[in-house]
Design a binder for this molecule. Structure first.
Ligand code: FMN
Length: 340
């Protein structure tokens, strides 16, 4: 029996296996209208055909200036809903569940004329502008944008929503002492913005739909936060309504003394630490494409789910091939059954 290929239920969401396709920006919205197109259709449905339990749309932004680039997905208008729905319905037809990662790039919005952020601190790399510090009212308005984007995601038929609180984007910018120097309530408690976003999106999600949140468990820039701070932030997020943490790390700036691992499973200890401290379900991610390693992460109880990113760019049928490695019969569409 395989742990990786056992079903998993969280509230009203049941996945056929523990495999998640990690959200991955495709920078492919050629019309710059935030709507997924045939590229996204192929990108996502091919992984659904490939026996992935949960397919996550890439970072999908709550306003045009919340995009990293103008080629990113967005859910700032009801007009965008049908383009998402077409892909979600197709993935459902192949037995996958679907989530959308809702986000705002904040100071990492490269194509915005004037990016916004908790504080006017530039991301120190070529191509980034000094952001404008959001007023307190401005922050509250962005919370409302997250709520509206979540409402649209639900209308498009998602099974879950993931908030992007990792990799140095807006929610992460608020939770880090490196990028949040505010004196209002959003600076007094570094988790406050995330907490308000969580409560807002939960208002528009069906009560049985779980909320995922991606977090950077630690930062690597000098002066950045460590796992204890990461856990404390997640504790507040859990209490505000997060049902599942998707545990990543870094993205806030250049690594200093502390460096990210570049070896299989390097982020799994962070996932386990959050799971143990908060008794909350976690998804592990980061160079987990060795099928036996992915199996062991679930079997050892390090994480409830395993997300695969680049491994699925190399192989859209990663899950099918993992099943074969682990001696499990993969679930494939009837058209392909004769091959298995
Ligand atoms: C092309 C590409 C785009 C990515 N875009 C996103 C994104 O939209 N949101 C996000 O949270 N992470 C993003 N990531 C990070 C992945 O979700 C994942 O965490 C990372 O690649 C590590 O997992 P892996 O070793 O399985 O690739 C991206 C990664 C890649 C390679």
């Amino acid at each position: 029996m395989s742990h990786l290929f056992s079903p998993y239920t969280l509230l009203g969401l049941t996945l056929k296996n523990r495999i998640v396709m990690a959200p991955m920006c495709q920078y492919s919205v050629t019309e710059k209208d935030g709507k997924p197109n045939d590229w996204h259709y192929t990108h996502l449905t091919s992984r659904a055909i490939g026996d992935t339990g949960l397919v996550l749309f890439e970072m999908t932004d709550v306003e045009p200036d919340g995009r990293i680039t103008d080629q990113d997905l967005g859910l700032w208008s009801d007009e965008q809903i049908p383009a998402f729905k077409r892909i979600i319905d197709a993935c459902h037809g192949y037995g996958a569940k679907v989530g959308i990662q809702i986000a705002h790039a904040g100071r990492k919005a490269m194509d915005a004329t004037e990016p916004v952020a908790p504080s006017a601190i530039r991301y120190a790399d070529e191509g980034y502008k000094t952001p404008r510090e959001l007023s307190t009212d401005g922050v509250e308005a962005v919370v409302g944008m997250f709520r509206e984007a979540a409402r649209r995601a639900v209308a498009a038929g998602v099974d879950t929503i993931e908030l992007h609180g990792a990799h140095g984007y807006l929610i992460h910018q608020f939770q880090s002492p490196l990028t949040n120097r505010r004196s209002d309530r959003y600076g007094q408690n570094l988790a406050q913005f995330g907490v308000e976003v969580i409560r807002a999106v939960k208002q528009v999600m069906p009560p049985t739909m779980p909320l995922f949140m991606r977090v950077s468990a630690v930062e690597y820039a000098d002066g950045g936060y460590d796992i204890d701070h990461g856990i404390e932030i997640c504790r507040q997020y859990r209490d505000a309504g997060v049902d599942m943490f998707h545990v990543s790390s870094g993205g806030e700036g250049h690594a200093g003394v502390r460096r990210p691992g570049n070896y299989p499973g390097y982020q799994v200890p962070f996932a386990r630490a959050i799971k143990e401290a908060l008794h909350a379900p976690v998804t592990a991610v980061g160079i987990l494409e060795d099928a036996h390693l992915a199996e062991s992460v679930v079997a050892n109880g390090d994480a409830d789910l395993v997300a695969i990113g680049r491994g699925m760019l190399r192989d859209p049928y990663w899950a099918i091939h993992a099943a074969q490695v682990l001696g499990v019969k993969p679930e494939v569409p009837p058209q392909y059954a004769r091959a298995f």
